[in-house]
Write a protein that binds this ligand. Structure first.
Ligand SMILES: Cc1ncc(COP(=O)(O)O)c(C=O)c1O
Length: 427
């Protein structure tokens, strides 16, 4: 590991939590140079919904490269892009009666968010945007401005104006409907909140601690957008692509966003970002928003193969089935260790297990890593274990991963001084 300390910037993060050199991966397993296998409950922060090196993707990529397929194309027309556009339309948009134009931004999620914000401001001719507490939308300047967490915002020393934060669903507990608060601020010409071009939200705040917005709240936010002529942007970068069971995370709510951002699993592990725009909002002049790496042709090949998962309901049903296993497994753990005061929340195959004691989740993640499981933390205080296995994980492996967490929590409880399981609060 010395070479990474010596030559790579201090900014590196995940390597500190999982200190080994990885060199192979397949399905829901990732292996290090010592051939130790780890079950992957992190899945590239939502990039590997279809598993590592999904055979459909690997075979198609090898074939494409062997045949000298176009790798780099700027935004020129290519056969790979053509197939992607056709397949995304026929598999995802058309069956859902969704009419959107597709814009390929730079390769990572934050590029899609920047694009969405810029377009919304341009179309509405307004600068303000409303975002929510605990939101995470990326770390370039515009996306960071709509991201809540001070850890990311504070050291940037930029002008973070043109954004107003409002409380997300559940921010004050279940009793308070925060959409009422938002509506009041917009109605009141003396509230000090400028009419925004857009409201941007995640239906499940993944990085923010796995906070799940209810369908009625989402519906009301949409209604507020319609009442005040505000665009609704849904950032589906982490919880789209089937994470909650349906392809888009908002499908059960019935909302109809004006702009949708997609990235992570849409490229099947390769960099790809996509902005879906209502046709009437596609008001760009040609070349007005460009970038050298828009639309990665290898990612188009991978993505087109993976869209086959959406030709029927099998994946959606599998996610719902595995969600039950995950939720029940976590509930059992919470009951087994009452002193950790765990709270469980989630939807589909994203679940948060909140343990409100400083450093506890981090210790559990380390203990799990030693036992062959990779799991990350979320929330402003890193007090949530974020369960994010590949959607295609085998049932047995899912159960094994949950058992490792159970074991790891027991070990951490035992290690914490002054704590005896079930008897003393673990502060
Ligand atoms: C909801 C959401 N939006 C945007 C981003 C930024 O994506 P990227 O890290 O690829 O720039 C992330 C990353 O975790 C995310 O979860």
């Amino acid at each position: 590991m010395r070479i990474f300390d010596q030559l790579e910037s201090q900014v590196r993060s995940y390597v500190r939590h999982f200190p080994t050199v990885f060199n192979k991966a397949k399905g829901s397993y990732i292996y290090d140079e010592q051939d130790k296998e780890y079950i992957d409950f992190f899945a590239g922060a939502g990039t590997l919904n279809y598993g590592h090196n999904n055979p459909r993707v690997s075979d198609a990529l090898v074939e494409y490269i062997k045949n000298d397929g176009i790798i780099h194309g700027l935004d020129k027309a290519t056969s790979a892009k053509k197939r992607f556009l056709e397949t995304f339309y026929s598999t995802i948009l058309e069956p859902r009666y969704m009419e959107y134009k597709m814009q390929f931004s730079g390769p990572t999620g934050t590029n899609a968010v920047e694009t969405a914000l810029k377009l919304a401001r341009m179309v509405k001719g307004r600068s303000n945007v409303i975002s929510f507490t605990n939101a995470f939308h990326g770390l370039t300047m515009g996306s960071m401005a709509v991201t809540g967490n001070a850890f990311y915002r504070d050291e940037a020393f930029i002008n973070r104006s043109n954004v107003t934060f409002m409380p997300y669903d559940g921010y004050f507990g279940d009793e308070v409907d925060t959409s009422v608060y938002l509506r009041k601020f917009l109605e009141d010409k003396s509230s000090g909140v400028d009419l925004p071009a857009a409201i941007i939200l995640e239906t499940v705040q993944a990085e923010g601690g796995v906070n799940v917005a209810s369908d009625p709240w989402l519906k009301e936010i949409e209604q507020i957008c319609r009442d005040f002529d505000i665009l609704l942007i849904v950032d589906d970068i982490q919880v789209g692509n089937g994470r909650t069971g349906t392809f888009f995370s908002f499908e059960s709510s019935g909302i109809n966003p004006d702009i949708i951002t997609l990235s992570k699993s849409i490229g099947g592990g390769l960099p790809l970002s996509l902005v879906l725009i209502k046709p009437e909002l596609d008001q760009w002049r040609p070349g007005e928003h460009t970038g050298t790496f828009r639309g990665n042709n290898l990612a188009f090949i991978a993505s087109t193969e993976l869209l086959a998962y959406w030709e029927n309901e099998n994946l959606t049903e599998a996610v719902k089935y595995k969600e039950k296993i995950l939720r029940e497994g976590l509930e059992e753990i919470a009951q087994k260790y009452p002193t950790i005061e765990a709270q469980i929340r989630g939807n589909g195959l994203i679940y948060g297990f909140n343990i409100p004691f400083q450093g506890f989740c981090s210790d559990v993640s380390s203990a799990a890593f030693e036992r062959g499981l990779i799991i990350e933390l979320a929330g402003a205080k890193d007090d949530v274990l974020k369960f994010l296995p590949p959607l295609v994980i085998e049932e047995e492996l899912l159960k094994q991963g949950i058992a490792i967490i159970d074991d790891a929590i027991g070990v951490v409880l035992d290690q914490r001084t002054g704590m005896i399981k079930g008897e003393v609060a673990c502060l």
